[in-house]
Ligand binder design. Structure first.
Ligand code: HMG
Length: 429
């Protein structure tokens, strides 16, 4: 496999056919021959494996698998796969990845990587006393949790801390667990269920439920970048104006939940696409991040952008709970997921969390840049015009003339594309 420092020339990758793209990846040792064959022959998830993954299976459901080349993150290049049905998401991410790479790439920080489980106790006769009793028994509760899942202790992980809080009628006991490379839902749930009877005994109350929390505040990751203003516009004044508008767009998402929701949706265009491609639980990631977006009681934009006039750049930052896995669940079962991990160079769970957060920031950058400059429809229309032109039979060399004419035509459809193409060819002859 090509290592992450190798420089590859991706120019024209988007203009190739899917077959040519697969061949390019194999020629550059990004795919092995079996993976190349599997993609070329559409040998993806078999019914047999699908039937092991869910219940009452009657088929498999396909979505486009796309490649976004060259995300430069913490000094390494990553080839990122997206599973998405939405046009322009991959184009936007590729565009942003390229600009941010030229501006020095992303820098990330994994604050911590632990999961949280909770047992909610009710009908506790003396809550203050019960909290004290529980905390005094922390060491034996940690041992009990670890005995319920000894394999994680062997791998260097395990239960780390017990906390207890009174919230209204409940005592809630929180356990933090180092789950190593796994997302750890099963592991944490097993531990919490093992603790529940002892917690009932110690508190004198009843356990209402014992379950993992998706609000993974002990798995925060920050991605940052500083986009050189020359990539916003070659004209300095225009670049400054656009940087200011992008900063204002970021502020708008902090104060207006209607905008914040759409702002964050744009971030998840990339995050969900990569979380799905890598076989992770995107509902868990969405739930945790949206809870984090309203940590102070108001739903806010997850990313921030600031115009650094002195350093002549636009600074982006995104912090998210990212309890992502590289082992466990369906990751080892689905062959396409294996290809995604191969193309990424088999990152660790921490590294993958950094990649996913960086992808979210890149996706947000592209959306905000489009929104505050040309508007979002221009990019969509341009992509649509390009695919209509290709569908009409245009050659690569004809796109330069055909696409602008098509964009100015009254009706953006296949018939118009065919008519303009015919006209162009007639005039050439
Ligand atoms: P452009 O400047 O017209 O692009 O932008 P270009 O044709 O000059 O190409 C520049 C580069 O973009 C290319 O470089 C590619 O890297 C990439 P090249 O390879 O040519 O050297 N690129 C593509 N990559 C793959 N396939 C393509 C392709 N086209 C360009 N077909 C672009 C065009 C679409 C990139 C830009 O308009 C854009 O980023 N728009 C934003 C699109 C977006 O965010 N879409 C998501 C759906 S909208 C939404 O759901 C979210 C939103 O509501 C969130 C929010 O409100 O915050 C917007």
């Amino acid at each position: 496999m090509v290592n992450q420092m190798t420089k590859l020339n991706w120019a024209g990758f988007s203009k190739k056919s899917p077959e040519e793209r697969i061949a390019f990846l194999e020629n550059h040792q990004l795919l092995n021959p079996e993976e190349q064959e599997a993609l070329a022959q559409h040998q993806v998830l078999s019914l047999e494996i699908a039937n092991q993954m869910a219940e009452n299976v009657i088929g498999t459901h396909s979505l486009p698998l796309a490649l976004v080349p060259d995300f430069l993150i913490d000094g390494k290049n990553y080839q990122v796969t997206f599973v998405t049905e939405e046009p322009s998401v991959v184009a936007a991410a590729s565009f942003a990845a390229k600009i941010i790479k030229r501006s020095g790439g992303f820098q990330t920080r994994v604050h911590d990587r632990k999961m949280i489980g909770q047992v909610a106790l009710f009908d506790v006769p003396d809550k203050e006393q019960a909290v004290q009793n529980i905390l005094q028994k922390s060491a034996s509760l940690l041992s009990l949790a670890n005995e319920a899942h000894p394999s994680i202790v062997k791998r260097g992980g395990g239960a780390r801390e017990v906390k207890a809080e009174i919230k209204d009628n409940f005592i809630i006991v929180y356990l933090t667990v180092d789950t190593q490379e796994a997302m750890g839902a099963n592991m944490v749930n097993t531990m919490m269920e093992a603790l529940a009877p002892t917690l009932e005994e110690v508190s004198g109350g009843q356990s209402l439920m014992a379950i993992l929390s998706n609000y993974a505040t002990e798995s925060l990751v920050t991605a940052e970048c500083a986009v050189d203003l020359r990539f916003l516009s070659r004209k300095q004044e225009e670049a400054h104006y656009l940087a200011r508008k992008m900063e204002l767009a970021s502020q708008l998402a902090q104060i207006d939940p209607y905008r914040a929701s759409t702002h964050n949706k744009g971030i998840f265009n990339g995050i969900d696409a990569l979380v799905m491609a890598t076989g992770n639980d995107w509902r868990a990631i969405e739930a945790g991040c949206h809870a984090y977006a309203c940590q102070d009681g108001q739903y806010r934009g997850l990313s921030t952008w600031t115009f650094d006039e002195a350093e002549h750049c636009l600074r982006g930052s995104l912090t998210l709970p990212m309890p992502i896995a590289t082992k466990g669940g369906s990751i080892g079962l689905n062959p396409t997921v294996q290809i995604a991990h191969d193309l990424l160079g088999h990152p660790s769970a921490r590294e993958l969390a950094s990649i996913i957060t960086s992808v979210g920031l890149a996706q947000n950058f592209a959306a905000l840049k489009a929104l505050t400059s040309t508007g979002i429809q221009a990019g969509h229309m341009k992509l649509q015009a390009k695919s209509l032109a290709l569908l009409a039979g245009a050659r690569e060399t004809e796109l330069g003339q055909l696409v602008p004419q098509l964009l100015h035509a009254k009706h953006l459809n296949l018939e118009t594309a065919q008519a303009i193409l015919q006209d162009l060819r007639n005039h050439k002859n």
